[in-house]
Design a protein around this ligand. Sequence first.
Ligand SMILES: NC(=O)C1=CN([C@@H]2O[C@H](COP(=O)(O)OP(=O)(O)OC[C@H]3O[C@@H](n4cnc5c(N)ncnc54)[C@H](O)[C@@H]3O)[C@@H](O)[C@H]2O)[C@@H](O)CC1
Ligand SMILES: Nc1ncnc2c1ncn2[C@@H]1O[C@H](COP(=O)(O)OP(=O)(O)O)[C@@H](O)[C@H]1O
Ligand SMILES: [K+]
Length: 476
Amino acid sequence: MRTAYSVETVRAAERELMARLPEGALMQRAAAGLAAACADVLGRVYGSRVVLLIGSGDNGGDALYAGARLARRGAGVTAVLLAPERTHPGGLAALRRAGGTLVTPGAAEQIVRRADLVVDGIVGIGGKGGLRPDAAPLAELAADSRAAVVAVDLPSGIEADTGEVLGAAVRADLTVTFGTHKPGLLIDPAREYAGSVRLVDIGLELPDQAELEALQHADVAARLPVPGAASDKYRRGVLGVAAGSARYPGAAVLAVSGALRGGAGAVRYVGPAGDAVIAAFPETLVSDKGPHKAGRVQAWVVGPGAGDDASAVAEVLAAEVPVLVDADGLRLAERGAVRARSAPTLMTPHAGEAAALLGVSRAVVEGARLASVRELAGLYGATVLLKGATTLVADAGGGVVRVNSTGTAWLATAGSGDVLSGLAGSLLAAGLSAVDAGSVAAYVHGLAGRFAADGAPAGAHDVASAIPAAWRDIRD
Ligand SMILES: NC(=O)C1=CN([C@@H]2O[C@H](COP(=O)(O)OP(=O)(O)OC[C@H]3O[C@@H](n4cnc5c(N)ncnc54)[C@H](O)[C@@H]3O)[C@@H](O)[C@H]2O)[C@@H](O)CC1
Ligand SMILES: Nc1ncnc2c1ncn2[C@@H]1O[C@H](COP(=O)(O)OP(=O)(O)O)[C@@H](O)[C@H]1O
Ligand SMILES: [K+]
């Protein structure tokens, strides 16, 4: 499991560790890891040109000590000081001793243009509210230069706790982060500014419960349902899919395509697209009666392509089994009916659907994804999976939020969300909790998207076809 902790938690852990260590030891650990990462980026340190962008806090201190290490290995190191009189004194002295040069921001343009590497030590977890006007031009210079950009702890200007980007921010090729990931490094839009992320262990002791967690292959493998000798199709779980309409029969087909590859023992389809479903997947149990007459299921998916059939949504919500609500179902589901449910509910909106439910614009949700998913989960008393380039899954009760980024932008294709809802529904029917079903499905679906696309456009049905390969890759 990859975890991320809030600034407050990181600060508390740092205080505790610093009290046990000689003064400055923690910063030396950070600087050593940072310098090693910079050396890897440079390839050859000797003779390289390194520019440090230095703010007034400890983030700048890390960068200065790392710069001193690089200077001792023969790099030409220049530090641009945003606030010379408030610069970390120890770091400044170390760089001076190592032969580094100090300049003011006025001289930055010239030297950044010729740099091989720019190190962003403007601001770290102490930053708030986007880069200040004096620092913002430095971020632009770094973006315009041909140099590699390495961010110290996090790209300056992003919000560490939320992943929001409130103004100008540095765009890094690599972020070297200390002690733990910060939520902003894993959540869009800030995640995009971080580039790849390298974690340097500085010995922080962190609490069991993180702010954010991202499943890895082994975590997913441990959660995937696998049949045993005692399994039969009913014990594996039966999923009901109430989806599709005369206008959108394909949504039903795609939801079933995901469901059949999600580990349930059988899939029942209820709705007006039975012929299309059977034609594509003859193994589906098709019923033309309403959901409550369809026979027993262990979970329901309702909503993909459902048009305006509010009664099917209400019927499914009245069932005492886990329910996944997607697409049109989100609009048709009565909040009170969702809140009144005792079995788990998993809602799977994209940003536009989440925005409609919250009564805000899509841009608001996209800019503040963590707050939005939590708010929606609280509002409906449900587990919410917010789709996008990174997918977030939050429980109503608060606590840790799961984040997934296995996907690819090729997944932004019509119907891929229907495949996801079938897949996640199947995992619910197989007995996974709503958070596990949602986050495991997002992980597998993202990987399947990568396999299906492999650098070229793929349709949603290709994504569904690639689920078994993703599944095998995870269990390997
Ligand atoms: N506390 C520790 O023991 C350790 C801290 N470390 C480093 O220390 C950093 C935190 O240091 P600080 O608490 O000094 O804080 P920062 O260095 O992150 O930032 C604080 C300074 O930045 C300025 N600032 C705040 N918001 C700004 C904005 N939007 N634009 C421009 N300037 C802004 C403030 O005036 C303040 O002087 C971490 O991110 C990490 O890099 C590491 O050395 C590891 C050990
Ligand atoms: N830029 C992106 N990068 C990665 N995954 C994406 C991106 N855009 C969308 N996705 C994923 O693709 C799927 C699209 O679902 P959705 O928006 O519901 O589409 P549809 O309604 O057409 O089925 C979701 O799983 C989402 O997380
Ligand atoms: K930084």
